[in-house]
Design a protein. Structure first.
Length: 92
């Protein structure tokens, strides 16, 4: 079964970004990280995809906007993260 595509928009030195990446790593999930600190085009991409949210991290699982670390952590505590990570990726 293929893993869902996980995308994390982040910046260096961001504690919440580190926490999100640690949580995903602890779950055994591979993710693609995009550093938006010095890349205005990627930051604009993040803003567009996230509905205008400017804070990092912004996390997407299989194209679904999860939100920031607090959202990811709440999803995990509610038992909703593991099913997302285990589900096969949807096709666009």
């Amino acid at each position: 079964m293929a893993e869902p595509r996980i995308l994390v928009y982040s910046t260096p030195f961001c504690g919440y970004c580190g926490a999100a990446k640690r949580l995903l790593t602890a779950k055994g999930a591979e993710y693609t990280e995009i550093d938006v600190m010095m890349d205005p085009e990627r930051r604009q991409e993040m803003l567009s995809k996230s509905g205008g949210r400017r804070t990092v991290p912004q996390i997407f699982i299989d194209g679904r906007h999860i939100g920031g670390f607090d959202d990811l952590n709440a999803l995990d505590k509610a038992g909703g993260l593991d099913p997302l990570l285990a589900a096969p990726p949807s096709t666009p």
